[in-house]
Ligand binder design. Structure first.
Ligand code: PMP
Length: 369
């Protein structure tokens, strides 16, 4: 009997081919999100027959995919988003990348894509960043965005687990979300549309969660003049997420206590954001106000707003860190929220997290590449 063990993904197998025609790097002041890709990519294939192949770093090039590949028909795709920063001591560090690896592993499981060695994969990603280190912006409000992606590539129609898959990573420099300080945004909250539901996949970072949101986001902008969508869920219109950010409400609760509230993870309605987790950990460490992971409905929010108990509302995510909310358009009502950004909790979180990103405040959350 022949027992063959499948190979795992190993950093020591990594093969590197450098580009012979490096692209010119954009000016930090002209960076637009998603517009630039660094010179190299990481790619590694998997098959049910052999396991993981040899990871390769090579010049960015189009992928060759069979037209019957599962990803092109049944959206067998997932991704991550994280950043590397050029810190004040000149070293390049990533913010909590192990958290993104864990989330990626969980999403892979839910997507019927194979397991991979997260630590070995992260070592390969760090090597990719060090090869393209010149692409990590110098400015202390810019960073290198890192996009690991995982797709099912088996060239066979039929809704089954893909027996072939590809992991790849591209990176690119990105500018500040708010070039001139935090700018509050307005939200469209239309209960007609739902992003996620119990038992669904809202808690995972799969591409199929995002495509259906784009038309609603466009409607929010073009029809209602709002900047983002506030996603509601259920008969009681629970507030879940702000566009692609986790939602935070800082208020005085019914008991008169100052409290920071963010929706809970257990319902499966929201993505477990790394920024969300970090803000919860920071504020629990500060221990200055109550911190709760709890459902908030539009009814209790509006009541609090009318009673003057809502102090701040903001979104939180990798792109912006935090994003203040000044208005919610809900069933023809314009709900206005105070945004005294100067002395706000939103601003405090922003300063604290960016001090950590650029190592002005050394913190174990930052990992050297
Ligand atoms: N919610 C959704 C739907 C998202 O796409 C993101 C961005 N990954 C977030 C929340 C924030 O997550 P993170 O803090 O890990 O960027």
């Amino acid at each position: 009997k022949c027992i063959r063990s499948l190979s795992s993904l190993r950093y020591e197998d990594l093969q590197i081919t450098l580009t012979s025609s490096p692209s010119s790097k954009p000016d930090d002041s002209k960076l637009k999100f998603g517009a630039h890709t660094a010179d190299h990519m990481l790619e590694v294939d998997w098959s049910a027959q052999y396991g993981w192949g040899v990871p390769q770093i090579k010049p960015v090039a189009p992928l060759q995919i069979h037209p019957a590949a599962k990803v092109l028909h049944y959206a067998a795709e997932l991704f991550e988003g994280m950043k590397a920063y050029r810190c004040v001591d000149g070293k390049i560090r990533m913010f909590r990348p192990t958290e993104n690896m864990k989330r990626m592993g969980k999403t892979a499981q839910r997507s019927a894509l194979p397991d991979f060695d997260q630590a070995e994969f992260l070592k390969c990603i760090k090597k990719l960043i060090s090869i393209d280190h010149e692409w990590v912006p110098q400015s202390k409000n810019c960073s290198l965005y890192v996009r690991p992606t995982f797709i099912g590539t088996e060239p066979a129609l039929g809704v089954t687990a893909s027996n072939m898959a590809k992991l790849f990573v591209i990176t690119g420099p990105v500018g500040p979300y708010f070039p001139t300080g935090l700018k509050p945004v307005s939200l469209l909250a239309d209960p007609k549309y739902v992003r996620a539901w119990p038992g669904g996949c809202g808690g995972y970072k799969m591409g199929s969660n995002y495509a259906p949101t784009v038309a609603i986001q466009s409607q929010a902008v073009n029809k209602y003049g709002c900047q983002q969508v506030l996603w509601l869920y259920g008969e009681d219109h629970q507030m879940t997420e702000v566009g692609t950010m986790n939602l935070f409400v800082y208020w005085v609760n019914e008991q008169g206590e100052e409290e920071l509230i963010t929706p809970p993870l257990e319902t499966g309605l929201i993505l477990p954001g790394v920024t969300r987790k970090s803000l919860l950990e920071l504020s629990r460490e500060w221990n200055e106000f109550k911190v709760s992971e709890q459902t908030m409905t539009m009814k209790s929010f509006i009541k609090a707003l009318n009673e003057g108990r809502v102090k701040e509302v903001f979104g939180a995510g990798t792109a912006c860190v935090v994003c203040p909310v000044s208005k919610i358009l809900y069933l023809d009502q314009e709900l206005l929220i105070k945004t005294d950004t100067e002395n706000s909790l939103t601003q405090r979180f922003f300063s604290e997290i960016t001090d950590i990103h650029y190592y002005r405040k050394p913190h174990p959350w930052m990992e050297a590449i």
